[in-house]
Design a protein around this ligand. Sequence first.
Ligand code: MSP
Length: 772
Amino acid sequence: MEPARNSGAVEPGFEPRIFMPTPSSAARFYLTTPIYYVNARPHLGHAYSTIVCDAMARRKRALGIETWFLTGTDEHGQKIERSAAQAGRTPDDFATAIASEFRGLWDRLGLTYDDFIRTTEPRHVRGVQHLFATLRDRGFIYKGSYTGQYCVSDEAWVDVEPGAACPDCGRITETVTEENYFFKLSAFERKLLEFYEANPAFMGPESTRREVISFVRSGLKDLSVSRTSFKWGIPVPGDEQHVIYVWLDALANYITALGYGSDDPADKARFEKFWPADVHLIGKEISRFHCVYWPAFLMAAGIEPPRSVRANGWLLFDQGKMSKSRGNIVRAETVQEVLGADALRYFLLREIPFGQDGNFSFDALVQRYNADLANGYGNLVSRVVNMVHKYFGGVLPAAGVDTSAEAALRLNAEKAADAFVRDFDAMNFSEALKALWVLVAETDGYLTANAPWKRPPERTEADHAALQARVLATAAEAIRIITALVYPILPDAAAKVWRQLGLGEISDAAKKAFLTEIAWGDLPAGTKFGEPAPLFPRAEKDAVERMQNLEDENSRSAVEAASRQRAAQENLDPPPAVAPAPAAASPSVVSVQPGERRVDAEAVTAHTAAPVDGAEPIVSIPVKPVSAEHASSRLSSAPVSAPSSEAASPVAAGGLAGEQAAGPQTISIDDFVKVELRVAQVLVAERIPKADKLLRLEVDLGYEKRQILAGIAQYYEPEKLIGRKIVIVANLAPRKMRGLESNGMLLAASLPDGAPVLAGFLEDVPIGARLK
Ligand code: MSP
């Protein structure tokens, strides 16, 4: 039965209408996230794309469109193989553990993916081999030999000189010569340009479109699509020495998950129904793979390319892309625990114009949460629901006759809804929410202007009751419209509000395609409201600190776990958990693991000296303290740790007073071996905004990559450090500076003026080698 409408009698000239457009005529919608590498645990950067897709999928479903939302994990390749080896696990085990973290997190965040594909699953392996064989059978794959620079981190061949850094990520490339299978990408240069021309909506935003077109225009070379130098991948059918290039493997997930390559009629039907994908949502740095290689592979295989690829920008934290290698990640769980998943969803979609990079900070999050959710929408709902309970016993009154104020609010609702739908469906989520929050503010203003809680003496009780009924029914109506529209972004809050409005379960409404027809006045008079319940409790001052603490705790335990693992791999006893040095500690004071003793950095300051105890030291610890006069050239640890104040000397040298005061000191060999000195190669070196003295380095230890912050910015040009082999203290407890984590310390000689000279070697030494 149609519910009775609760639209007030209408003033002449005002025609109520069903004003929520139904934008898509398509009956089905297929959207995908990138599949996530399993070399790192999920963080907010990963959650971002998955949350955007979830919001889109929820809206499509609530519009009655049959929707398929795919996500998953990318588990093959050299990068994963190496990460697994570092962790002392098989790639299979390692991938399974991280994949289940991704999936578990998506579940805890309530993300409504329809399928989660892992590239190690048989259905995917079968589909990829089928695709490879099809490309080969159709003449687009041939065998050849190739020498080039390979970036393991990006799993991509790059066009640079041997030994040069990858132009995309700055890491040093490796020279690889292999007999490989090649895909005839060069044959697709013109076809792709024609395709882009004919499908202007294929890729976006505009910056991505321009970049991709100029990449293709600059000429396409054939692409190596197999590797023989490692094993962790899908074997080339019929030539099992080769594994299939990880990007060909990964991109194919979008079709293998639908059933491509399977003979099962149900799989075939699903593929027929959902392919081509409507939207591949990706990060901007992987546009080339999705907008060039992927459509070319598909065209070559005789499969239609996807309808569109949309690139999101990066989530930045402390000025840099949030990523594991930078050590500046924030986990979605932290925000969920303190403010709830809806707050995270709202913030990401409202704060960052989709397609652009956006800063994430706990301060901005809490501010936005309090302003828009706690004081804005949450407060509005609570006022209205409470007043309906207070004045009408929890039963929605009939609105009665509209005045111009109600007509104005209704028109504003119409405008806001139109703008919301237009912007949301164009993936301008931030604009969409902005428009809807104008309606939140207007509804709030309407309530305040009419003040149904206050009866002026000149107003009769009957008139006041009529005003209360009209105002509360109108405000409740506006809330219903706002809630329905915002449901894909705030599913938990919308579900609570729906119940409070007496409308039952919003998920049931969504199943009945309630967004196709949201008309003003559909909230019937007589509806029994649910109990008021808090939606977004105001975040108190300590919310930021709580989130920060959760993150610090987490990174501490991750580092401890890693260090225990390293120790186990080296057959050492696992070191005890080490508390991080307090933020306020002097930069020259560092904690050294393993061992409980906190050691002054000067105690690990080394100089070139004779072998100690018959060992063959390259660097030895001074047996006697070095006096100031003799300390003209000393090896010292450049302060990676913590100048909580940057006023600290760029090297941790200088203060001999402590040693002299303490009198001569010696340490035993046992003490020395506690300090893990290793050769590392600098992969990335860059300045840190607003920190004149610090450089951020990414160094390769062979078995792992680290971020180290070093106070050498005044003495070394970052570009000159890239590729250089240095010595680091590898088992130093991590420190946070400027929000970035530093995991180690550089060794440098300290000149009399305090200038550091980094320790190095005359002979070539392998990275990761330990100094003993
Ligand atoms: N495995 C490939 C994708 C294959 S798709 C066929 C990959 N994986 S990834 O784990 O490195 O990144 C997955 C997605 O997460 C990318 O779209 C990437 O842009 C996104 N993000 C990772 N860190 C991010 C931010 N800090 N901000 C926004 N998105 C980021 O690439």
